[in-house]
Design a protein. Structure first.
Length: 621
């Protein structure tokens, strides 16, 4: 009996050591993030990881446990377990692949592998391959080999190939079976308390990299998939409903509905550029980076810049909804996946269409990617030009067509477009794997060089577009708008996913339709990407009341704030303070005014109430 029980202890130990290897490689892979962390705190990661590792081992061991109980009652003295070797090998290979994918997902997204990434891979496999092309091949293959080899060696020495039983009465067999089932359930659940196992069970540090390392990769992925199946429930019930709604209502209270009129016409053409990963850090004006975006920086001196704007999320799917629909990001939720809900949102393009504008959307990639096409075609765009509308010889990027090709196509189309028009372009080249059709301005030895080079290329394409546009009759009556879809960890590599700088993006209005006295002016009021809707429509005296989450940045009476979120966290920016909150670990990750606890609590309450209300609206759409 004792030997047969040791069989399970050896099996649990095998998987704990496998997960230990995964965690160790993860920390080695991201060793540059550990420079300011003490060795003892790093070691604590392995200890705090044990509860979720044991839970994962419990799930894996459930099948062998049932087989054990079956043979225990059959009365056999010895049972071969060769099938268990095959079972383990399949899981070793699968988990090794998951771990390597996780290393690369974490580098780009700042979060562990989750349901969103898996859904992205299945719904847009070509784009996933293109996105992953920036990942170094040799290190990934080495990591995969190390994981698989370690798993096979550990199995050889720890996992028994035979089960041996001794004769004992039925009551003893029954008792042992119940004890084993109870013990395995205890491990899976994480104890007998009111709280079941969750990611926060592994959170122990104010260093987010250590918390992420402590959370078992496979368990996290499984939990994320399960959570994605319950999108009809509000995950963010922080306060009483009336309290959260009042908190949000107060944020949007304004003494008047006035606006600063910066345009010399109420019916200009509008060209909107949604720029891929065009973080504020790339610019000289906002990020103090020289020579990366010289043309954009020169436009700042002739246009109207909003210098304290934050993207609503950290991915394009959130950025396109935020920019065009004026709707905030949903942290763990993903609105673009729910077409029936998404179509109920208003969009800027619909308002322009109602006002008699010609509308078109240009994108060099697959518009089906992340369900963009459903949003575009359901929100007033008469024409969609995407990858499928370009010639084969024009599709030389891994994603499709480079920005220069798309801009030239847009210029050609605008020559035969009736005025007034609302034309939107979403750029693409400044996306991993960060490739350009010519020389790399800053080199291509690493992702920083490549990222700066692709940003420089997009900046050059914008300049070329404007130079060519100047010869067109519609140019003088056109407002050009430049806004990023989201920020990026590059080029500085210091802005983690929970830091507000990660979400700082430029918003620039440019064109001869801007009154001379406002050209070169900077507005430093805090705002969000989602505020573009009310701001733009307010200038054109068009209806913006349906954009309930968007505020007019040119109304001096609106309150200054910005909300952003990532997979299961939120950030809130107010004058004088920014707080970010990890909902998994229930901890504040960033606070630039720790001394004022009352102010911190107020800011955090605003952020939590905001997410609670917007998620509830998402459910009710």
């Amino acid at each position: 009996m004792l030997k047969s029980l040791l069989f399970f202890l050896r099996l649990y130990l095998f998987w704990l050591l496998f997960f230990f290897t995964d965690r160790l490689l993860f920390l080695v892979f991201y060793h540059q993030k550990l420079n300011a962390i003490g060795f003892g705190e790093i070691l604590s990661t392995f200890y705090n990881a044990l509860p979720i590792d044991l839970s994962t081992a419990g799930y894996i061991t459930a099948i062998p446990l049932l087989v054990y109980i079956y043979w225990l009652f059959r009365g056999r003295f010895e049972v071969g377990m060769k099938w268990l070797s095959v079972y383990n090998i399949v899981l070793i290979v699968l988990f090794s692949l998951i771990s390597v994918i996780n290393f690369n997902i974490y580098r780009e997204w700042g979060t562990k592998l989750n349901a969103k990434a898996i859904g992205f891979a299945f719904s847009s496999p070509n784009e996933s391959i293109a996105s992953g092309a920036s990942s170094p091949v040799a290190p990934n293959l080495l990591l995969l080999f190390l994981m698989i080899a370690t798993g096979l060696v550990l199995q050889r020495f720890l996992v028994s190939k035979k089960l041996k039983f001794v004769t004992f009465p039925l009551w003893a067999k029954t008792g042992v079976s119940f004890l084993l089932l109870f013990f395995n359930f205890f491990l899976i659940r994480g104890g007998l308390g009111a709280t079941v196992m969750n990611q926060s069970s592994a959170y122990f540090s104010d260093k987010i990299i250590l918390n992420h390392a402590a959370v078992n990769t496979e368990w996290n992925l499984f939990a994320s998939v399960v959570a994605s199946l319950s999108a009809h429930k509000n995950k963010y019930l922080f306060y009483d409903k009336a309290q959260s709604e009042q908190e949000v209502a107060d944020l949007y209270t304004s003494t008047s509905d006035s606006t600063i009129n910066i345009l010399n016409t109420k019916r200009p053409n509008v060209i909107l550029f949604i720029m891929e990963s065009f973080t504020a850090d790339l610019t000289k004006t906002l990020g103090n980076y020289d020579d990366v975006t010289p043309h954009f920086d020169s436009l700042v001196n002739k246009g109207v810049l909003f210098s304290k704007i934050y993207s609503t999320g950290n991915r394009t799917d959130k950025g396109i909804i935020g920019t065009l629909a004026g709707f905030p990001s949903l942290a763990a939720g993903n609105l673009v996946k729910y077409t029936s809900k998404m179509t109920k949102l208003p969009a800027i393009s619909q308002e322009f269409r109602k006002a008699g504008y010609s509308t078109a959307f240009y994108y060099g990639g697959e518009s089906e990617f992340d369900n963009y096409k459903a949003f575009i075609l359901n929100h007033g765009y008469q024409k969609l030009i995407d990858k499928n509308k370009f010639k084969t010889e024009e599709l030389t990027s891994k994603w499709g067509a480079y920005d220069g090709v798309v801009f030239n196509r847009q210029l050609t189309e605008l020559k035969k477009t009736a005025e007034p028009f609302f034309s939107t372009t979403m750029t693409l080249t400044n996306h991993e794997p960060f490739e350009v059709p010519g020389s790399y301005k800053f080199g291509k030895e690493d992702n920083i060089q490549r990222f700066k080079s692709t940003a420089f290329y997009t900046d050059s394409c914008i300049n070329d577009f404007l130079l060519k546009a100047k010869s067109q009759p519609w140019y003088k009556n056109t407002l050009f708008i430049f806004i990023a879809d989201h920020g990026h960890i590059l080029p500085k590599e210091t802005n983690e996913v929970y830091m507000p700088q990660r979400y700082h993006i430029p918003l620039l209005l440019y064109g001869e339709v801007i009154k001379p006295e406002f050209r070169g002016k900077k507005f430093d009021r805090i705002g969000s990407q989602i505020d573009l809707a009310s701001t733009l429509l307010g200038q054109l005296q068009m209806n913006s009341k349906q954009f309930t989450w968007s505020k007019n940045l040119l109304n001096p009476n609106t309150k200054e704030f910005a909300f952003f979120s990532w997979d299961n966290g939120l950030g809130f920016v107010k004058p004088g303070q920014t707080v970010t909150f990890d909902n998994t670990g229930k901890t504040v990750l960033y606070n630039d005014d720790k001394k004022d606890k009352k102010k911190t609590d107020e800011t955090l309450r605003s952020g939590k109430s905001y997410l609670q209300k917007v998620y509830q609206q998402f459910i009710e759409l």
